[in-house]
Design a protein around this ligand. Structure first.
Ligand code: HEM
Length: 413
């Protein structure tokens, strides 16, 4: 699907600072505390204070487990019989409905097989030029004459929602409402009622779009989902609504944060910025290193289905298990000088996209979106730099991390 309409993109007025409560206040650097805890033990039993206060102990439940070591996180993610994803039913399930994120095997394998064909890198290739490049260029058009911009407010925050909207084949006129619902849904922990209302609005909205696509299928993800058949089984409407809702926090929130983190790393290190600017083939290592150094999602969850032991620590059946991807990605036993962003370090698997059967379904899309965003910014703005008149940017948050602002200057075009 190419973008055929010539109407300019409406950038929905939005203040990213609204998200402050969702990004867990203004915790700038949780890593010293994570290092301290991991050096004590790669696995901890009992409530842990990571900077936003320790949750109260619940005497009726087994102590919560926190995993900070790389090898131990991988061990948990490999053993998906002992460590269940059913824990997500609680909060996320209530807002999204039942999705692959919260399913265990074998249900998960079947459901993931239904949706995964649309996310293969080959399938995504055709969105590259016709879609992502166009979206980023349109955003840049709105500020290129100014010679300065805030890349979070004016690019990274806006482009992944528009990309998903296009992939779903939504009409342009619906974008403002779609982005608003997406935002309200993803910030549900800040405002529960608003999040639930957005979830219902999205369901009604998608119901209309699906009915239309059944009659007139197009080259879009919703048309794929209403037609997909694996071993004679098709997706029920409710499963499609849930999956589409999951794509908003899973695909929009994460990609905007990841692209911001990469830009922040590069803007703060001129040598690495210039290396990538001069040689775009370095993008894969620059991006993977930013996901290692500052994963936008620093923690994922599991629940123990039976008694177990992890690095000598007892895990009780029913215990909540927090896997600190951020801590594992900076494990000194695995990475030299782990707090440093260094795109030239030897490539080693990181956990920014998770690991195992639930490894991120949208990772090829995320990589492609970020690459196109960076390349288009480089091509249009030239070697942009931090705005010397503005405050130096920083990454903040605990469960979700990213910069809230990236003020830059460039030669006005
Ligand atoms: C840089 C951007 C992204 C990051 C850092 C990221 C991170 C993750 C992580 C850590 C998980 C594992 C969750 C767990 O095991 O509990 C995950 C799963 C998932 N991601 Fe992503 N994600 C990104 C982009 C995307 C995009 C663009 C999409 C789709 C449009 C997407 C869709 C999903 C889905 C559907 C799952 C659930 C997979 C399953 O349960 O089998 N993600 N992601």
């Amino acid at each position: 699907m190419a973008i055929t309409e010539s109407r300019p993109v409406t950038v929905v007025p939005f203040d990213p600072f609204e998200l402050k409560d969702v990004v867990s206040g203004d915790i700038r650097d949780p890593y010293p505390r994570m290092h301290e805890l991991r050096r004590q033990s790669p696995v901890h039993s009992g409530p842990i204070d990571l900077g936003d206060g320790a949750p109260p102990a619940d005497p009726h439940r087994p102590p919560p487990i926190t995993v900070l070591g790389f090898d131990e996180v991988v061990q948990v993610l490999r053993d998906n019989e002992t460590y269940s994803s059913g824990i997500y039913e609680g909060v996320i399930g209530q807002v999204m409905g039942r999705t692959i994120l919260q399913m265990d095997e074998p249900e998960h394998r079947v459901a993931r097989a239904m949706v995964s064909p649309s996310f293969r890198s080959k399938v995504l290739a055709h969105w590259e030029e016709s879609l992502v490049t166009v979206v980023v260029n349109e955003l840049i058009d709105t500020f290129i004459d100014r010679g300065r911009a805030d890349l979070v407010r004016e690019v990274t925050f806006n482009f992944p929602a528009q990309v998903i909207a296009h992939i779903l084949g939504l009409p342009r006129a619906d974008y403002p409402s779609f982005q608003r619902w997406a935002l309200e849904l993803t910030s549900v922990t800040a405002n529960w009622e608003r999040g639930i209302a957005a979830s219902a609005s999205l369901r009604d909205y998608f119901a209309g779009v699906m009915a239309e696509r059944r009659v007139t299928p197009g080259d879009d993800l919703i048309s794929d989902l209403v037609r997909v058949e694996v071993d004679g089984a098709m997706l029920h409407d409710e499963e499609i609504y849930s999956f589409l809702r999951l794509l908003l926090p899973a695909g929009v929130e994460t990609t905007y944060r990841a692209t911001g983190n990469l830009l922040c790393a590069l803007l703060r290190d001129r040598t690495q910025f210039e290396a990538l600017f001069a040689d775009r083939s370095l993008f894969p290592q620059a991006f993977e290193e930013s996901l290692r150094w500052e994963p936008p999602v620093t923690v994922i969850l599991r629940r123990a289905t039976r008694d177990a032991e992890l690095a000598g620590v007892t895990v009780g059946a029913g215990a909540d298990v927090a896997l600190l991807l951020g801590a594992a990605n900076r494990d000194e036993g695995r990475y030299v000088d782990p707090d440093r962003y260094d795109m030239f370090r030897p490539a080693r698997q990181h956990l920014g996209f998770g690991f195992g059967v639930h490894v991120c379904l949208g990772m090829h899309l995320a990589r492609m979106e970020s690459r196109i965003a960076l390349n288009t910014l480089f091509d249009r703005l030239g070697p942009f730099a931090l705005d010397p008149a503005a405050q130096a940017p920083h990454i903040e948050g605990l469960a979700f991390r990213s910069p809230l602002s990236l003020p830059v200057t460039f030669a006005a075009g």
